[in-house]
Unconditional design. Sequence first.
Length: 255
Amino acid sequence: MDKQEIFTEGFWHNNTIFAQLLGMCPLLGVTTSAENGFWMGAATTFVLMGSNLVVSVVRGVIPKNVRIPAYITIIAAFVTVVDMAMDAWMHGMYLVLGLFIPLIVVNCSVLGRAEAFASKNTVSDSVVDGLSVGLGFTLALLVLGGVREVIGQGPLFGRPLFGAHYPDFLMFILPPGAFIALVQFNPRIVPAWIAVVIIGREFLVSGLRSIAASEGFTIEASELGKFKMVVQIVSVVAAILAIRWDEWIIPVGPY
């Protein structure tokens, strides 16, 4: 592939969040606002570009049986640089992002690009790949953070859009709001309203049980409720398998 195809593939067609559903930990944790999502994406982009560059340079030197620990060490070095730089020059944002900056070390998309691409391609192609994947990741965090911030609180990048009387929607501010916003990007699988109904029901039940507990009695789940939970778990697993089954089938032929 030429560099334009590499960029398009990493940025859009094989987007870390929208296509692969990787890196969900920072997606849930930091996308309460567009600004948080942007800086988390920027930090991850720097790590992706730097680690891809170094892995591509030393790919012929690292023994195959220790390549994964070596890649993690390289990634950790760049994460340390980002962590210290943000602490020094962007301390407020550093406190907001908190543990999610060090957790870039174990972000599967970062290690995956080092193993799947940088270790097999030239330095220039690896840097372009890191840039494209990082920008695609940043785009996803920025868009989802903006959606959650606007719907959940009203402002965008800290600037109010609907006035001071806009009611907060707690569901979008909390981590489940990221799933609701993400679902809407692929409504073919699950319409967003279904996710809202299911998660809203969980909030309602949890709230009623908390009120009951504060009054000194417990609302226990009935046998029917337990059966419903088992059906839900089995249904979700079956739906996931049905959506991706064609990609997971291992062809079996004569030996």
